[in-house]
Design a protein around this ligand. Structure first.
Ligand SMILES: Cc1ncc(COP(=O)(O)O)c(C=O)c1O
Length: 427
């Protein structure tokens, strides 16, 4: 049994389950303990649903990425993909850890600036950046703008008043094994320029007076569980010529379930930088943009069980959240695991459902739980990425708070929405 699950009476399956929680998670007589804080205490203090982030685990991953990349390729920078958890406090952590930040649009830009991220360390993305967003980025002094289409070039040339660094996003024709909705590098993607079209925009940017072409960008998708597609994407860039900067995107997968075995950060960097060494100029600057793999495994959502009901042979455990705080399940079919916070591990099989008015509002289709009862706290690990990002007010649900836990202490960094918030925009 892992020392992390060295609880009296904890079974082997409990030990494997605890492995899915953030690194600092243990089990003791209080049940599940995240970063030194009992899950039941967190639920009592902040109510549920609540997204808990293990802050130390997050900082460790930021450092693992930054030092791992710098060790392999000195002229490099890690740029956190902030769409994975757009919350000012998280931007601040990344800035404190010395990372750059990728923002897709005006909203993420505002949050990054509010957190004090140095504008020159920002990379602006988007396949439909408006005039307003471009102007905001130019006024803020965003270091890099990624050109996704010819209209971006026209817009930037019209709006820029000084020199602006840009990268060209290339679609390398690589289709990784992931859900179609989060695959972006295939031919006929809505993102970037295909390999045949890229030379034309490169030529145009080289002739631009205002826009300084720094290099190329590639991002092939998300939740990718093997290294080979990343290598193919890097190799696809080589025939386009030599550039000063290559942004190789994000995409490394997270371990959501027992069966997922994503490459480690080290294995991923070995493969990616290995490919860069083979085909890219040795003096170039390398950027990477991890999102999901930075943050997913540092987050846990705590729910309260509202109802346990048998119907037609299935026993449903209904919780006080669901599609309002986790769309990963219904959008991408993502599988999650879970445990009752005070009875770790499995027993009979239950279907965990949310509180929203559709049958598709299922959090987990069949998970082994130990005797779940009304009022229990249910903990779902690996919810740090893209869950809060896509949180919504379906059925008037209030978007959950974010709580940072670290070394036995906790603090809310984003409050729960209130019913007043729901009517605050009414005119
Ligand atoms: C341009 C770009 N970079 C980086 C990322 C981060 O990807 P991931 O969260 O899978 O690491 C995304 C996510 O879709 C993206 O669109």
């Amino acid at each position: 049994m892992s020392s992390r699950a060295a609880a009296e009476g904890a079974s082997d399956d409990a030990a494997s389950l605890v492995e899915l929680f953030p690194r600092g998670t243990t089990v003791d007589e209080r049940g599940l303990v995240i970063a030194g804080c009992a899950a039941t205490d967190l639920a009592r203090t902040y109510a549920t649903p609540t997204l808990v982030i293990d802050e130390s685990a997050l900082r460790q991953r930021a450092r693992a990425y930054a030092s791992g990349l710098a060790r392999r390729w000195a002229n490099s920078r890690v740029v956190w993909a902030s769409k994975s958890l757009p919350c000012t406090a998280v931007y601040r952590v990344m800035a404190e850890e010395g990372l750059g930040v990728d923002v897709a649009g005006g909203g993420e830009l505002v949050m990054a600036l509010a957190a004090g991220v140095e504008p020159s360390r920002l990379v602006l993305h988007g396949n439909a950046k408006t005039d307003t967003e471009m102007a905001m980025a130019l006024a803020a002094g965003v270091g890099t703008i990624v050109v996704d289409n010819a209209d971006d070039v026209e817009r930037l040339e019209r709006l820029a008043t000084g020199e602006q660094g840009v990268l060209v996003r290339v679609t390398p024709g690589v289709r990784p094994a992931t859900h179609a909705a989060i695959s972006t590098g295939q031919a006929a993607s809505k993102f970037g320029f295909g390999l045949a079209d890229a030379p034309r925009v490169i030529e145009r940017l080289r002739a631009s007076r205002r826009l300084r072409l720094d290099g190329l960008h590639v991002h092939i998708g998300s939740q990718i569980l093997e290294t080979e597609p990343f290598e193919r994407a890097v190799e696809a860039l080589a025939p386009l010529g030599e550039f000063g900067t290559y942004d190789l995107g994000g995409g490394l997968g997270a371990r959501y379930t027992y069966d997922d075995h994503p490459p480690t950060i080290e294995e991923y960097l070995d493969a990616l930088v290995g490919a860069a060494r083979r085909v890219l100029p040795p003096t170039a600057q390398l950027l990477i943009e991890p999102g999901r793999s930075m943050i997913a495994e540092t987050g846990v959502t705590l729910y309260t069980v509202v109802s346990v009901k048998e119907n037609g042979g299935t026993t449903f455990v209904a919780v006080d959240g669901g599609m309002g705080d986790n769309l990963e399940v219904s959008l991408y079919g993502q599988r999650f695991e879970a445990t009752v916070a005070t009875r770790i591990g499995g027993g009979a099989t239950y279907t965990v459902v949310g509180r929203h008015c559709e049958s598709g509002d299922q959090l987990i289709d069949g998970v082994a739980l130990r005797d779940p009862k009304v009022g229990d706290v249910l903990a779902v690990p690996v919810t740090g990425a893209y869950c809060l990002t896509m949180a919504n007010n379906y059925n008037g649900a209030l978007r959950p708070p974010i709580v940072f836990a670290s070394e036995g202490a906790s603090r809310a960094v984003l409050r729960r929405e209130t019913y007043d918030d729901l009517v605050a925009r009414d005119l």
